[in-house]
Design a protein around this ligand. Structure first.
Ligand code: SF4
Length: 414
């Protein structure tokens, strides 16, 4: 077979990278201008968006170094036994593509992952080499996110942190049993060991930076991971518990949830259907509850049903509030920030406005209505100067009243 040219490799290796959600703000609806109508597309691959440490949304060239792999993870299109077109960049080719796209203003950085060729160490060396050439030979100051390989030599993983803004190590599956079954070449202890080493190096570098002005930076945008949802029998409670433990143990910036999508030539051990996209959405919402709303993992788990699954028709915050109605109503003129954040329909910004406004005046229902998209969702759970939800809060059909009409939600829909 003739060797692939650079553009062909780019097509193959950008497409192969689209399954990794760990740099993404993905999940929007599919649109394109293929029929000659309109302009733009949400379906292309190769460039993804991520948030820089200062909050800017940046575009990244998202590719694999190679989709050859000696591992055989059942859920992965690039696994050894998969019948796909293969390609492999040299480090120099990735550098040239990154610089060419950067100079044309298409991208502000690089997200680079890889299948495992020859050995974990060899692959990690190649990934690090790309980042080294960019930083040292071209003084590249754009964003670099490197996926690291947990089995690789810790010294190589450390080098990745010296060149990259963010590093990530995928835990892949929520349970060790799931990992053993679906990714038999991977080892949960080695994955978490590599995350632990990365955390220690990040903490140490931050400490040195405080003491020595010229101490080298080390993964200043921290580390992240990805969990595949729906490929094994793990429940949402399992996933929430695992994510919480990862945040606590390894100080991760983000856990990304990626709904398993059936792949061509799928292994027989995989489910035939992908889980509903809204399940991924509910997990992201539960993640926000833990990171920004002060919920503990066990509280998010309380919002799940007997099967450990979050409801799909209502968000986890509303599910929790409906289960613990005795904690409501919350007085918008008196209650703590912590309790206001529990009110369905009130986001962090709305709560901050409530706290600021009530210093000036006593708040009425219309004041709260001005801060939220749906006052109908908020009303049963609050008390205001002119509002008390006496009968509404106790209605047996409150859930049905508040649940939106059933439809497939879009991830990150406003
Ligand atoms: S290690 Fe597993 S998940 Fe990663 S590319 Fe290879 S087969 Fe896919």
């Amino acid at each position: 077979m003739r060797p692939a040219g650079l553009l062909e490799k780019l097509e193959i290796l950008a497409d192969a990278a689209k399954y990794d959600a760990s740099c993404a703000s993905s999940g929007t609806s599919k649109r394109n201008s293929a029929g000659g109508k309109g302009i733009g597309s949400t379906e292309g691959m190769g460039i993804c968006h991520a948030y820089a440490p200062d909050g800017r949304c940046i575009s990244l060239l998202k590719i694999l170094l190679t989709n050859h792999c000696v591992f055989d993870c059942h859920y992965c299109i690039n696994r050894k036994s998969s019948n796909v077109r293969r390609a492999r960049f040299t480090p120099q080719e990735v550098v040239e593509l990154t610089l060419a796209f950067y100079r044309r203003n298409y991208i502000e950085g690089l997200f680079l992952s890889s299948g495992i060729v020859k050995s974990s160490d060899h692959t990690m060396e190649q990934l690090v080499e790309v980042a080294r050439i960019l930083r040292e030979e071209h003084d590249f100051r754009g964003y670099i996110h490197l996926k690291t390989i947990p089995d690789a030599d810790p010294g190589l993983i450390h080098q990745a942190g010296l060149y990259a803004d963010r590093v990530s190590i995928n835990v892949e599956l929520p349970t060790d049993a799931g990992l053993t079954r679906l990714a038999p070449d991977k080892d949960a202890r080695r994955i978490e060991g590599a995350m632990g080493g990365m955390k220690a190096a990040i903490v140490q570098a931050k400490d040195e930076k405080k003491r020595f002005k010229h101490a080298p930076k080390f993964a200043p945008a921290g580390q992240s991971t990805q969990m595949i949802v729906g490929a094994d029998a793990a429940s949402d409670a399992d996933i929430v518990g695992k994510a919480s433990r990862l945040y606590d143990s390894f100080k991760l910036r983000r856990v990304y949830y990626s709904a398993f999508s059936p792949i061509p030539d799928a292994s027989a051990v995989l489910p035939l259907k992908r889980p509903p996209l809204v399940r991924e959405h509910r997990l992201y919402q539960s993640d926000w509850l833990m990171r920004f709303y002060g919920y503990e993992a066990r509280e998010v788990m309380q919002a799940t049903g007997e099967d450990g699954m979050l409801p799909l028709d209502i968000d986890p915050k509303l599910a929790w509030a409906l289960k613990f109605r005795e904690r409501f109503p919350v007085d918008v003129n008196r209650s703590s920030r912590e309790m206001l954040l529990r009110v369905p329909g009130l986001g962090v910004r709305a709560v901050n406005h409530v706290l600021a406004a009530r210093r000036q005046r006593t708040l009425r229902l219309e004041d709260v209505a001005a801060l939220t998209v749906s006052i109908a969702k908020v009303r049963p759970f609050i008390v205001a100067a002119d509002w008390r939800p006496t009968l509404l809060a106790d209605r047996g059909d409150l859930r049905a009243l508040l649940a939106p009409p059933s439809e497939q939600l879009e991830l990150f829909a406003a």
